[in-house]
Design a protein around this ligand. Structure first.
Ligand SMILES: [Zn+2]
Length: 239
C-alpha cells in the first residue's frame, strides 16, 4: 500500500458516508477504478467540479484495502462544451454507461478507453449525429471480442444473400444458415451498419434517415444481448 498515480475518465459517482463519494473511472491501464473522494460533498471541497462524469483527470491515489482514496486531481480534458447541450449530455451518458458495463477491474483497457475518449471528443466538437452512438456501440462490441459479422455470413462466410440477422449467431446469416428467431433485414441495412462499424467517430459517413433509427436499434440490442443487460440511457433515447 502507498501512493500511486493513475488517470481516467469519470463514469459515475455515488454518495458514500456523510460527506464522501465513490467515484468510478475508466483507466486505460487498470480498467474500471473504484475510488473514494473524501469530503467532496462539503461546500468547499478541494476537488471542485473536477470529478463530474465525462471528465478526464489525472489522479494521485492513496491505496486502501478496498478502495483507493483520491488525494489529488488535475484536469486533463474537461469536455465543457458538450455539457451545455442536453442531447449531447444524454449521448455522453449512454457512452459512459456502455463503457461501465463493458470494462473490468484490474485489466488493461486501452482500446475501450480510447474509444470512449474519441466518442466524447466527437460530442465535444459539436456532433450530435444520431449514428455516432451506433458506431460507438459496434466498436464497443469489437473491444470485447463480439464484433458482429456484417459483411459475411456468421455461419458459412459467404458474402451474398445475407438476409437475416441473429444475435446469438453473432451477425448476419444467409438463407441456408438462417436459424429460428433470426429476423429479416431491409436491403442495405447491413451495409450501412458495416460502414458505421469501420468509420472514424470524428468523421462519420453522411446520415441516411431511412436506416439510422433501425441501425441503432440493431446495434443496441446486439450489445445488450452480449452484455446480458439493458443499457438504460439508450432505452431513454429510443422512446
Ligand atoms: Zn451461411
Amino acid at each position: 500500500m502507498g501512493i500511486r498515480h493513475d488517470q481516467g475518465i469519470v463514469l459515475r459517482s455515488f454518495p458514500f458516508g456523510e460527506a464522501d463519494r465513490v467515484v468510478v473511472l475508466l483507466s486505460p491501464n487498470h480498467g474500471k477504478l473504484r475510488t473514494v473522494a473524501k469530503g467532496i460533498r462539503k461546500t468547499k471541497s478541494r476537488f471542485g467540479g473536477r470529478l463530474e462524469p465525462f471528465s478526464h483527470v489525472d489522479l494521485v491515489l492513496y491505496e486502501g484495502r478496498n478502495l483507493d482514496t483520491i488525494t489529488q486531481v488535475a484536469m486533463i480534458e474537461p469536455f465543457h462544451n458538450l455539457r451545455s447541450d442536453l442531447d449531447r449530455v444524454v449521448m455522453a451518458g449512454a457512452m459512459v454507461e456502455v463503457a461501465d458495463a463493458v470494462a473490468q477491474e484490474n485489466e488493461s483497457s486501452v482500446r475501450l478507453f480510447l474509444l470512449l475518449q474519441r466518442g466524447l471528443r466527437a460530442l465535444e466538437a459539436g456532433s450530435a449525429h444520431s449514428d455516432l452512438l451506433t458506431a460507438y456501440l459496434l466498436k464497443a462490441a469489437e473491444t470485447i471480442g463480439v464484433a458482429p459479422a456484417l459483411e459475411h455470413c456468421a455461419g458459412c462466410g459467404r458474402r451474398d444473400g445475407l438476409t437475416r440477422f441473429s444475435f446469438p449467431a453473432g451477425g448476419v446469416l444467409c438463407d441456408e444458415c438462417r436459424t429460428p428467431g433470426a429476423y429479416s433485414l431491409r436491403d442495405g441495412l447491413t451495409l450501412y451498419l458495416a460502414k458505421l462499424a469501420s468509420a472514424d467517430l470524428g468523421d462519420l459517413p453522411d446520415i441516411n434517415e431511412a436506416f439510422s433509427g433501425e441501425a441503432r436499434g440493431v446495434a443496441r440490442r446486439f450489445v445488450e444481448y452480449h452484455l446480458e443487460r439493458q443499457i438504460q440511457s439508450l432505452a431513454v433515447l429510443d422512446v
